[in-house]
Ligand binder design. Structure first.
Ligand SMILES: [Zn+2]
Ligand SMILES: [Zn+2]
Length: 293
């Protein structure tokens, strides 16, 4: 960032801190945060796959230290296909039992953190209470993760999982789109070339509103979401390698249905990435669960 912009950015952050004492987005306690000159610039770029502090560095102006300590990052060993973190912290990545049985249209899915505790709280507030200031730190966490888990040169398009137009209007934003919108800026700050990647918010459309999937089984979720997406522009999709982004991955049913739609329209490959993921197997197979590890 040029020095002038850096100074302006630092000043506005300092002014904001002075006017509005910050509270933890998860637990509402006051945070003793330092003014920082722009989030991405102030944040160490985490290059290693299993970087401790991948969340802490980015979230410290928004989440208190105690809550940050309770956030679990997804780290190996995990399922090579769906990214599920295994309870055993030893051994190599392998394919989980669900992925051995299920048909996946995405080549791989990866997530940054486990969807529980303070991370779940923060995502809820971002999504349902319109705390859109969380979009930037969440987006930065995902951008750093992108560079660690996927080969950027092999991605042509990054697209958000779409919301139905009515839901989008009620909420006022698509949280998945907010998670990728700042990536070109972050790429510039960190000197990473993503100029070949199109950020395409409208290659997929959700054509039908679906009931909330909370409490549904894996099979119910797959049925609930079947056939609800359509490809908006086949010419843009054909032969392209597409990264789909969403906030949370649960059973992967939504992601898989989006991927199926894109592959059927000629996409060469679909990758998936989410900010957080639940432990999809825990309900059925406690032995594979990640929680409590
Ligand atoms: Zn807190
Ligand atoms: Zn899996």
């Amino acid at each position: 960032m040029p020095p002038v912009l850096r100074a302006c950015s630092g000043f506005s952050v300092a002014l904001g801190n002075a006017l509005f004492p910050k509270r933890c987005i998860a637990c509402d306690r006051l945070i003793r945060s330092q003014a920082s000159p722009g989030l991405a610039e102030a944040t160490r770029f985490q290059k290693s796959q299993d970087a401790p502090g991948a969340f802490g560095d980015v979230l410290s102006p928004y989440v208190c230290a105690s809550c940050i300590g309770d956030i679990k990052t997804v780290s190996p060993p995990y399922c090579e296909k769906c990214g599920l973190m295994f309870m055993s912290r030893k051994g190599e990545n392998h394919v989980c039992e669900n992925c051995m049985k299920a048909e996946h249209f995405f080549s791989a899915a990866r997530s940054c953190g486990v969807y529980e505790g303070p991370l779940m709280e923060a995502v809820h507030k971002f999504k349902y209470l319109h705390k859109t200031r969380m979009a930037e730190p969440f987006s930065l966490i995902m951008f750093q993760m992108l560079t660690r888990v996927y080969d950027i040169a092999g991605i042509d398009i990054v697209a958000p999982v779409p919301l139905h137009i009515k839901k989008m209007r009620r909420r006022g934003f698509n949280q998945a789109y907010l998670l990728i919108q700042p990536w070109p800026l972050f790429a510039q700050i960190y000197g990473i070339d993503i100029s070949h990647i199109q950020i395409a918010r409208e290659i997929l459309v959700k054509t039908r509103e679906t009931p909330s999937q909370v409490g549904m089984t894996r099979a119910q979720r797959a049925k609930n979401i079947k056939g609800v997406f359509s490809a908006a522009n086949e010419d843009r999709i054909r032969g392209r390698s597409i990264l789909l982004v969403d906030d949370v991955l649960t059973t992967g049913a939504t992601m898989n249905e989006c991927a199926r739609t894109l592959i059927n329209k000629g996409a060469s490959r679909v990758l998936a990435m989410t900010l957080a993921r639940t432990d999809a197997i825990r309900r059925n197979r406690p032995r594979d669960a990640v929680f409590g590890n």
